[in-house]
Design a protein around this ligand. Structure first.
Ligand code: DAH
Length: 351
């Protein structure tokens, strides 16, 4: 029996040290200490062997049992340490690719719009999103209670009025930056501003968002005329939309410009013909032209409010929606404009 115990001990020690995984180690443990394990079997035999051998065999067996169980624990710790180290440092394990974000398409559109105007010497300005009535309306020739204000579906902020500048509103359009820019420049032309900012209106539908972006151009100097406006708009159309695109001005009415226009751009799908490749009405524009937004020659009252003498200086201004302009560039007819801000990555990743 004693010989057998010794042989088992050596055999078990050898097998334990050869293990590489916890599963292999568990197999060895069961082989010796399981219900039918080698050591368990010998322990069960102890009562039936002769007395002289029993004591010493019992002692030996218990010592070996302790030794082997300790050895198994030690090996287990080694294996776990190795697993841990490998898990941290194994350079062969394929990495988990992190999700890389990208700039939102409206931010890209804003950057692109700015780049085009920067080449013409316009500099970017930003004005408060929470604005005084005076800058948003009154200074723009829309006195208190003027019906034209209705079109701007304004959010009013529940805050005390300012004695000079009146109520506080969420900027409904970037035109609120016009007089601010004139004052910031100490009412001293030339002024070439491109104000790109968030605007807010009480409107939500598939074509309107409560929060959207506009870009507003303003150019004031001596002798500025509609020709300069048209030239600037055409330059923008060609550089932003493509070489073949043209703009046209349609008479319109705004309180802060005189004369005022709506600006249209020739459709990129039908090249301004209104007829598509299948010889039917173009589905995007239906007429050859797409409406971009408003423009005009700055009203003398607005110049005066900015401290500029309208007898010496003239200027033009225009203001369009970024989201709308972006959709036109991409030739997109997005069925619901709200999707642009829905955080639906599957949609946004397409651009
Ligand atoms: N602010 C106008 C709007 O939100 C757009 C606009 C029209 C801006 C004519 C202008 C302009 O600068 O000249 O509808």
């Amino acid at each position: 029996m004693l010989d057998l115990i010794q042989t088992l001990k050596n055999q078990a020690l050898h097998q334990i040290s050869a293990c590489h995984t916890n599963d292999e180690l568990e197999e060895v443990r069961v082989r010796y200490f399981g219900k039918k394990g080698e050591i368990t079997k010998l322990l069960k035999k102890l009562p039936i062997i002769n007395k002289s051998e029993r004591k010493i065999a019992g002692q030996n067996l218990n010592e070996i049992k302790d030794l082997l169980l300790k050895e198994i624990e030690r090996k287990k710790a080694d294996i776990e340490k190795e697993i841990y180290q490998n898990a941290r440092f194994d350079p062969t394990v394929p990495g988990i690719e992190p999700q890389i974000g990208n700039t939102h398409l409206i931010t890209c559109a804003i950057d692109e719009i700015y780049e085009v105007f920067a080449k013409l010497g316009f500099s970017r300005a930003r004005y408060p999103e929470v604005e005084y009535d005076w800058f948003a309306f009154e200074s723009l020739n829309m006195g208190k209670g003027h019906p034209a204000r209705d079109e701007w579906e304004t959010f009013f902020v529940d805050a005390p009025d300012d004695k000079k500048y009146g109520e506080i509103v969420l900027t409904p359009h970037t035109s609120s930056g016009q007089v601010r820019e004139m004052l910031r420049r100490n009412s001293t032309p030339p002024i070439r501003m491109i104000n790109i900012a968030k605007c807010y209106r009480r409107q939500i539908s598939i074509r309107h968002l409560v929060m959207f972006h506009q870009f507003e151009g303003l150019f004031i100097d001596k002798g500025i005329s509609i020709t300069h406006l048209k030239g600037t708009l055409d330059y923008f159309a060609k550089n932003f939309f493509g070489e073949k695109r043209k703009t046209r001005l349609r008479p319109f009415h705004f309180r802060f410009t005189e004369p005022s226009f709506e600006v249209d751009i020739s459709c990129g799908v039908c090249n301004g013909t209104g007829i598509d490749k299948e010889n039917s009405k173009c589905k995007l524009c239906k007429s050859g032209w797409l409406e971009l937004g408003g423009a005009g020659m700055v009203h003398p009252v607005v110049l005066k409010n900015g401290g500029i003498d309208p007898n010496k200086y003239t200027g033009f201004a225009f203001g369009w929606g970024v989201e709308r302009t972006f959709m036109m560039k991409a030739g997109l007819n997005i069925p619901d404009i709200r999707i642009l801000y829905s955080s639906d990555l599957n949609y946004l990743k397409q651009f």
